[in-house]
Write a protein that binds this ligand. Structure first.
Ligand SMILES: [Zn+2]
Length: 81
């Protein structure tokens, strides 16, 4: 079995996969706990994003899901200009 998992975060409202964070409010993506959909402007907390995308990561524990989420956010490099 392949242990490595990839997830793609999706907006529950519009299905968009691009999010951004406020880099005035938050120093880096690591500390940002609010992400905004670039399409419909729905704002998610980290926890909400995990919940919304939990079906994608349902076979993992919450803690692991959080790790996946962080990695995914970093990979996508969300940034608000
Ligand atoms: Zn959206």
């Amino acid at each position: 079995m392949e242990e490595h998992r990839n997830i793609t975060l999706k907006c529950a409202v519009c299905g968009n996969e691009n999010f951004e964070y406020d880099d005035v409010k938050f120093e880096s993506i690591d500390v940002a706990d609010e992400m905004k959909c670039t399409l419909c402007n729905k704002v998610y907390s980290r926890e909400e994003l995990v919940d919304v995308n939990s079906s994608l990561i349902e076979n993992t524990g919450k803690e692991f899901a959080e790790e996946l989420l962080k990695a995914e956010i970093k990979r996508m490099g969300f940034k608000l200009k």
